[in-house]
Design a protein around this ligand. Sequence first.
Ligand SMILES: [Ca+2]
Length: 366
Amino acid sequence: MPPRFGIASLLLSVLLGSPGMAGASSSPAPADGEVVFRDYFGLTFRRPVALAEIPAHPEHYLVVEQPGNIVLVRPVHAPGGGRGWEKSSFAVLRVAGGRFFEDERGLLGLTFHPRFKENGKYYVNYVEPANGSTFIQERQADATRLKDAGKPGRLVLEIAQPYPNHNGGTIGFGPDGFLYVGTGDGGSGGDPENRAQNPRELLGKMLRIDVNHRDPEKGYAVPADNPFVNRHKYRPEIWALGLRNPWKWTFQPETGALWVGDVGQNQREEISIVPRGGNLGWRQWEGPWCRCRAPRPSASREESSCRPGRPLRSREPISSGITAEAPYGRCAESPTPPAGSGFASATCPPSAPSRATRRAGSSRSA
Ligand SMILES: [Ca+2]
């Protein structure tokens, strides 16, 4: 079950800020990347980016360090009754040769198979700077479940990365038993190739795959009930689209709702409840901000309708309850921020939603 991992990840996200987030923290991280958890573990870690409790061992945690180390943290009991924490190596992955680097690549996420106690399988998400791709790898813990078995991992999914940044981070299993992978838009700034809205691309998406089965020539199977299965022009792995950089996300334990923290460009960081088939709007929208630019010669019809300087149209079509057909393209930049929550109706000209647009979930916050 992912809840503890999710909560821990969100805490770490708060502690460490988010890759690509402008002005994320007022206190810069130490130059060597070391972070000390004084109030809890009293231990030091090197670029820690995720924390996960081992399912078979309560209060035994794995700390994911970006250079490629997975550190086991477990409680130790002193003879006099005191208690502390000690750390040891769970695994050292060959990510960037273990060297330290200050960008968004490296080991970024870890999650356990829902039956980890029985099968010992866990999954990592990393970007190998040597070739620039994102890898989702299945790995095996040993019989104790407190150490990696030392076997080569199985490649589940590889996604080529066009730029070093915006690589997502969190991976996790949903209540449905499928693996969800949040991918960034590929990087640079402003999603220059419009990948997040491109249904043929895996970047800028939330993906949903079945790691227990394999389709031909794939390291996974596509669940038959994915929203865009058999849809022309769509990659069937896509669960939701229009994401910029979903660095941290989790499933709400009580409801199973998918909560995603999507790192903003310049205006807004976003926390969105992402429905099946949802479109969060990036790059046309950044939270409530409509940000499309002057149309290019090759622009789509929707993009051509953008007129910088015109007021915002309603943000409602990109709320979390909207399907992928939301008319995200009809927008223009606004020089002034929307006031409170009333920005939509107060400043936007009426615009009929597309025929396929429908509300299906709860509202989105930014
Ligand atoms: Ca990238």
